[in-house]
Design a protein. Structure first.
Length: 297
């Protein structure tokens, strides 16, 4: 009985030794076929005609070759593998390449490129000009204003200047006035006109005007030659006179009110006020004298 026991132990040791030296592909191959008997890939190529196999747990190249019917050398060539490469679960191995079937595709018309509309650009609008317009007229009734029927006056020389330079010189022709001078720099300007022999002016011949940006200012200069008109009115300083309907300058849409300063003088209202002050002063003087008289000792 003791001898049989030693024989059984020896046989068991030999069995384990044989199992140790057997190649692992034998067990892996049988395990793969038993465990994944239902996982054989279907030979369905993709759109490019390539057939893939997804590596499963426990797969070897020999097992994959057995299950797909593709030699190991072919699998290694298709996947650019060498003897030192190994496979991992989830790898996609190419096991075949076929020519894909031609699929009829619908040819769609190529859309015609449409040119986009041009991008609008902002066009700079030039600012209206700043103008000083001059007119000389024959003041038949001497009222200092150009009334209907009073003609333009020719051969009147105008000079426009500021504190630094002469801006313009102009001689009227009696036909195309008013003549407009474009002012480049707003500010204070002075306008003088010539006086013909025997001519009497009904407006100041030397006038100062303050011109702002985009203003349009008109100055009228009146005078007559010969006897004085029967009804002569004292010319009064006037603010900016309105432009006539037709001007030789086009493109201005601004009309500014600019103060025009005439020669200094004494008005009728000033004389009245001076008389009132003198009378009040005399009354106060008389009142003080009376009080002092009654309070004397």
């Amino acid at each position: 009985m003791g001898r049989q026991k030693y024989i059984l132990v020896l046989l068991a040791a030999l069995l384990w030794l044989a199992l140790f030296f057997l190649p692992t592909d034998v067990f892996t191959h049988h395990a793969s076929r038993s465990t994944y008997a239902q996982a054989d890939p279907t030979a369905t190529p993709d759109a490019e005609g390539i057939i893939y196999y997804i590596v499963q747990p426990g797969d070897t190249l020999s097992a994959i070759a057995f299950r797909t019917g593709v030699p190991i050398e072919t699998i290694m060539t298709l996947n650019n593998m060498s003897d030192s490469d190994f496979i991992v679960v989830g790898d996609r191995l190419i096991v075949g390449i076929v020519t894909p079937e031609a699929v009829a595709t619908e040819i769609l018309p190529t859309p015609t490129a449409t040119r986009p509309p041009p991008t609008p650009t902002n066009t700079a609008v030039p600012a209206p000009p700043t103008l000083l317009c001059l007119t000389a007229f024959t003041d038949a009734n001497g009222n200092g204003q150009q009334d209907p029927g009073e003609p333009l006056q020719a051969a009147v020389a105008f000079t426009v200047f500021n504190r630094t330079a002469v801006v313009a010189n102009y001689v009227t022709d009696g036909l195309s006035e008013p003549y407009c001078v474009e002012i480049q720099t707003p500010g204070e300007y002075q306008v003088t006109r010539s006086v013909a022999p025997g001519e009497t002016l009904t407006t100041s011949g030397n006038r100062t005007v303050i011109i702002n940006q985009e203003d349009i200012v008109q100055l009228q200069f009146g005078g007559f030659t010969g006897l004085a008109p029967t009804a002569t009115a004292t010319p009064q300083p006037r603010p900016t006179e309105s432009l006539p309907e037709a001007l030789p300058v086009v493109g201005s849409n601004s009309s500014a009110e600019t103060a025009v300063q005439d020669e200094p003088g004494v008005s009728q209202a000033g004389l009245i006020w001076l008389g009132v002050v003198i009378i009040v002063g005399l009354l106060l003087t008389a009142l003080v004298a009376a009080i002092l008289y009654w309070r004397r000792p």
